[in-house]
Structures are given as C-alpha cells and as structure tokens.
Design a protein around this ligand. Structure first.
Ligand code: HEM
Length: 128
C-alpha cells in the first residue's frame, strides 16, 4: 500500500523523516564511511541514538522554531576527514528523496531549500 504523505511539517513527522534518512545514509557507499567512522555502523547503538536526537532537535529548531537544540551544527564537520562537495551532493539528493517520501508535493519545499542553503554554507566554511 502507498504510504500516506503529510501535508505539513510537525515535530512527529520530522522525527519520521530523520528515522528514514539515516538508514539510507548508512547504505550509501560514499556517505556511510564518514558516519561509521564517527558513530559506528549500528543505528541502534547509543552513539547513533544520541546523533538522531541531536538531528531531530536541530531540524525542529531550524524548521519549526523549537529551542531544544543548542549545539553548533557546523563544528563536527571540521573533523570529518575527506568530506567533499561530492558527498554533500549525495547527502542532499538522499535528503530530498526522503522529503518526497514523507511529504506531499510542495509541502517539503521549505526543508529542501533550507537544507540546500545550510549545505552551501557548510561547504563555504569548510573551504571545500
Ligand atoms: C557530506 C555531508 C555530511 C556528512 C558526511 C555529515 C556527517 C556528520 C557526522 C559524522 C556527524 C557526527 C559527528 C560527531 O558526532 O562527531 C554529523 C553531525 C551533524 N550534522 Fe552532518 N554531515 C553532513 C552534512 C550535513 C548537513 C548538510 C547538515 C544540515 C543541513 C548536517 C547537520 C548535522 C548536525 C546538526 C549534526 C550534529 C551537530 C552537533 O553535534 O550538535 N550535516 N554530521
């Protein structure tokens, strides 16, 4: 059966988006090694659980205005050896794909725009 797509973003469906995105990341031959190096390959592990909570809180702040995330989203990326424009391109494609599998057409456009802008900003600051 077709999955029902959401008409608008809220905290619950953003959690679903995050839970759907990272298994894709871990299956991608280019992206997976960066994540495995920092967090291991078991998405059920404590390090991954912590990461997924941070990411969920990050998106809730960024897209919905919640204030639970108080970290520095860019900083850890300075310590990821070999991170590249190619990897960011793949990250964005997978994120857009997951948005399309979660939200009705257009309902996820804001997330696409903002993730694209953040990725551009990260690449500029990382000088890649
Ligand atoms: C090639 C692209 C990317 C790779 C390989 C990557 C990889 C990672 C890894 C491995 C971590 C965990 C680092 C650690 O705990 O030491 C992390 C953290 C994080 N990433 Fe990325 N990332 C990418 C792109 C992005 C983009 C485009 C965004 C946002 C739109 C993003 C948002 C975050 C956030 C919010 C954290 C948590 C930061 C914190 O500790 O508070 N990442 N990323």
């Amino acid at each position: 059966m077709e999955k029902t797509l959401y008409k608008s973003m809220n905290a619950e469906n953003m959690e679903e988006l995050v839970q759907a995105f990272y298994p894709k990341v871990l299956k991608d031959p280019i992206l997976a090694p960066f994540f495995i190096e920092k967090l291991g390959e078991d998405i059920e592990s404590p390090s991954w659980k912590t990461h997924l909570i941070l990411i969920r809180e990050f998106w809730k702040r960024t897209a919905l205005g919640y204030d639970d995330y108080t970290g520095n989203p860019l900083q850890p990326h300075f310590n990821i050896k070999g991170i590249s424009r190619e990897a960011f391109g793949i990250w964005l494609n997978l994120f857009n794909e997951t948005i399309d599998e979660t939200y009705e057409p257009f309902a996820g456009d804001y997330l696409k725009d903002i993730s694209n802008q953040i990725a551009d900003n990260f690449m500029r600051k990382l000088e890649i």
